[in-house]
Design a protein around this ligand. Structure first.
Ligand code: FES
Length: 88
């Protein structure tokens, strides 16, 4: 397990799970806008990485061409303790 710090709270995330960060945070009650329901096209689940390491970008995520330091929570998960900020 790793800890993700978001909006002043800590969430335990299973870094070995196949479930993306978005799903794991939602399970713990975090509201994340997911207009495309995790398909990787709407970008409403995007977050800014303040610290921490994350899984390598998926092809879908690469196609989104996000600004540096931003990731899609439906397409990745943390590999270390991390701090993030949701964009929407
Ligand atoms: S939920 Fe749409 S891109 Fe992640």
């Amino acid at each position: 397990m790793v800890t993700v710090h978001l909006n002043g709270k800590n969430y335990q995330i299973d870094e070995t799970s196949s479930e993306p960060l978005m799903q794991q945070l939602k399970t713990q009650g975090v509201e994340i806008v997911a207009a495309c329901n995790g398909a990787g096209i709407c970008q409403t689940c995007a977050f800014k990485v303040i610290s921490g390491e994350f899984t390598k970008k998926t092809e879908t995520e690469e196609m989104n061409d996000l600004p540096a330091g931003q990731r899609l929570s439906c397409q990745c998960r943390p590999l270390t303790d991390a701090e993030i900020e949701l964009l929407y």
